[in-house]
Design a protein around this ligand. Structure first.
Ligand code: BGC
Length: 714
């Protein structure tokens, strides 16, 4: 231990010796919806927390969920985590973190309740937009710089969430997840492990659900054994809001702070009941001291007691620029036939923009990820301001939750499309469910009928993969009168496109893409930049093609069984030869990239194997662009079942027109390993492996086998 750390540990013990049991309990639970209790007598301030992953949430009073409503909590709106993951850009992930941390501190917060990194197991999970990917490696590579960006130089703590296996909203408060250990280790934990071990997240939030018989906030196995003993986590474990159900179990499991959604703060499990549990000997005072130790340690890390603490800043122009850079790199060109895109602005006299998503904002919805954005450029605004006065841009709403309006809206859109040079349809999903009642026609829905959910939002999973509000009909009708209409999908998750995908030439995927999302979309559509986003999730043709749905295990009932095991996302599609609509890692550009000269160098030594994968990527076109070469590995001789493809490396390479660059990606024993439940260790067996270099998980450009003689267990 360094001298400074020893000094701090000494101070912490001194404080603990002065605290009464009641004061200790105050520090371990919410005493406001987003803060703990401080101890004024000893100058210990409360810990102030705030959601969330896309920006600092609006302010609430301590004891009400009605926002305060002043004008001082407008904030920078960052692209959602799915968008961030679609950039495949680790430096941008770092910069997103810097913005978020800086803004959190600027708003006077100690802890920002993000990032959310749960695995996207089903396309229907309502919170997919808050998460990153179906792939643990991609998540790990992005979450580490993101957390570092939040915490470094900002004197603020990240709180990575929701630990663990929180992959659906249906029955989210109590569902029991049944999952085998190998799957937990290979798929659901690596992101958290990286966040803790490499990202050094100062805090972590336990999930609502149960795992192996315990609520995650009560799980000694998760908190004590895995998080603290195995991963060496010395930070603070915070419960999700209302995720604690028992004082003694939660206290002894290692949970440090209990937060909740109700205002009866003195009755929280870690309030009076904790004091009583200590007095009656059910929880030892040393257990509580350890919580205080962790909380104070974090407070020292974020300089909470220092007069020179960083003050942060929010709403700076630099932050807004970063949101634009992120949004620009996150947009994915899914399909582009006949070079319909980019649109040639100088040839367009009349442009029709069709679809509600062109003209609404999203930042103010979605649940705890909602924010009060300083502004949000809609696609319509972005397109119109990009084109200026030489093009007449006309808008038609095209669809609406109100069924009675649909025919008229489609007719209006078709008439507009007929007289326009170019048509852009902007549809997809949204966060707000204001129209839920309307869409379900609540008055006529009987109690037994299922209420349908169509929104990307906390609290609900979507009912199906379909595009809501007759958008399929709209798109098909418009395509009949304008074959070259461009379709843009704006959502946080895939939607079904099979009804019209073969008839449309160009499809673009954008996301809840931050305050500059509309400008970024316009830049891509009109070719100011080449698209360089790649899908961080598989887009299936039909819901039944997704593994959890194929086996009928989503969303489960009281329990949900993850019987698809490790075959989540592309691991399933590639191994079982199921053709997705757009595969994991897919994303086109306005230029072409050529791959050549694969060279693999292997250096086997007893502790590790160093693998260097070298190849050349050339921009073969006359436009600048960026490509994301992806490295997948296959173990051909494994003694256990392994997926055909597993992502183990990637890079984002910026290439000027006709430029060539040599790319080197390093792999090691971890890249070849599976988790052996028998040995409780990561295991590498000797035998033949194959390395694939692809522009996506399907578009493999180079491949090579090699033999490994060594074996490893770690
Ligand atoms: C969500 C968390 C969020 C918390 C506080 C919970 O319902 O699951 O992600 O941070 O509320 O708003």
């Amino acid at each position: 231990m360094s001298k400074d750390i020893l000094e701090i540990e000494k101070k912490i013990e001194e404080i603990i010796s002065k605290l009464t049991l009641e004061e200790k309990s105050a520090m371990c639970h919410g005493n406001g919806l987003f803060r703990t209790g401080g101890v004024e007598r000893l100058n210990i301030p409360p810990l102030k927390m705030s959601d969330g992953p896309m920006g600092v949430r609006n302010e609430f009073p301590d004891d009400s969920w009605m926002p305060i409503g002043n004008s001082d909590d407008y904030t920078t709106y960052l692209p959602c985590n799915t968008a961030l993951a679609a950039t495949w850009n680790t430096s941008l992930a770092h910069e997103a973190g810097v913005v978020l941390g800086n803004e959190a501190r600027g708003r006077g917060k100690d802890v920002i309740l993000g990032p959310g990194i749960n695995i996207i197991r089903s396309p229907l999970c309502g919170r997919n937009f808050e998460y990153m990917s179906e792939d643990p490696y991609l998540i790990s590579k992005l979450v580490v710089p993101l957390i570092k960006g939040i915490q470094e130089n900002n004197d603020v703590a990240a709180c990575v969430k929701h630990f663990a296996a929180n992959n659906q909203e249906t029955e989210r408060l109590k569902v029991e997840v049944e999952i085998d250990e190998r799957t937990l280790r290979e798929i659901y934990l690596p992101g958290f492990e990286a966040a803790v071990k490499e990202g050094n997240s100062y805090s972590i939030m336990t999930a609502y659900n149960k795992l192996y018989g315990y609520y995650c906030s009560h799980s000694e196995q998760l908190i004590k054994e895995i998080l603290e003993e195995e991963w060496g986590f010395d930070g603070v474990v915070v419960s999700d809001w209302g995720a604690v159900h028992d004082t003694v179990e939660a206290a002894n499991s290692g949970l440090d702070i209990e937060m909740n959604v109700t205002y009866n703060f003195d009755d929280y499990f870690f309030a009076k009941p904790l004091v009583e549990a200590v007095k009656s000997g059910k929880v030892s005072e040393e257990v509580v001291n350890e919580k205080i130790r962790r909380i104070l340690r974090m407070m020292y890390k974020i300089n909470a007691f220092s007069e020179d603490r960083k003050r942060g800043i929010y709403n700076s122009s630099k932050h807004r620029e970063k949101t634009l850079e992120l949004a620009r790199e996150s947009i994915v060109l899914l399909k582009n036939e006949k070079n319909v895109l980019p649109l040639k602005d100088n040839k367009i006299k009349t442009l029709a923009v069709i679809g509600e998503n062109a003209n609404i904002i999203h930042s103010n919805g979605g649940g705890s990820a909602e924010i009060k954005a300083l502004y949000e450029v809609t696609p319509l605004l972005g397109i119109k301001s990009r084109l200026g006065g030489q093009t007449e841009v006309k808008y038609a709403k095209g669809y609406d939750a109100d069924k009675s309006k649909k025919e008229a809206l489609i007719n209006e859109a078709v008439e507009l499309a007929k007289i326009s040079d170019v048509v852009i349809i902007i549809g997809g999903l949204k966060h707000t469910d204001d129209d839920l009642q309307l869409e379900n026609n609540a008055l006529t829905v009987s109690k037994d009928q299922e209420i349908k959910h169509y929104v990307d939002s906390e609290g609900y999973d979507k009912t199906d993969l379909n595009l809501p509000y007759a958008q399929d009909e709209l798109i098909k009708s418009v395509l009949e009168v304008n074959k070259n209409a461009v379709v843009v999908m704006l959502s946080g998750a895939p939607v079904k496109m099979t009804e019209w995908i073969d008839d449309v030439s160009a499809v673009v995927q954008t996301w809840y893409n931050g305050m500059e999302g509309g400008n970024a979309l316009a830049e891509i559509l009109f070719g100011d930049v080449s698209p360089s986003g790649k899908l961080p999730i598989t887009f299936p043709r039909a819901l039944e093609d997704s593994p959890a749905h194929k086996i009928g295990e989503f969303p489960g009932g009281k329990t949900v069984k993850y019987t698809e095991g490790i075959f989540v996302g592309y691991r399933y599609f590639s191994s079982y030869d199921v053709k997705p609509l757009f595969c994991f890692g897919h994303g086109l550009s306005y230029t072409d990239f050529k791959y050549e000269a694969l060279d693999i160098l292997i250096n086997e030594v007893p502790e590790d194997t160093d693998i260097s994968v070298k190849f050349k990527v050339t921009n073969a076109g006359d436009k600048d662009g960026a490509e994301v070469p992806q490295i997948y590995v296959r173990d051909l001789d494994a003694s256990v079942e392994r997926p055909k493809l597993e992502l183990k490396g990637f890079d984002k390479v910026y290439l000027k027109a006709y430029e060539t660059k040599e790319v080197e990606i390093k792999l090691n024993k971890k890249s070849l390993a599976f988790y052996s439940v028998e040995d409780k260790k990561w295991t590498v067996e000797p035998g033949t492996f194959e390395i694939f270099v692809g522009s996506s998980s399907e578009d493999i450009r180079l491949r090579k086998k090699f033999n490994l003689n060594s074996s490893y267990k770690f």
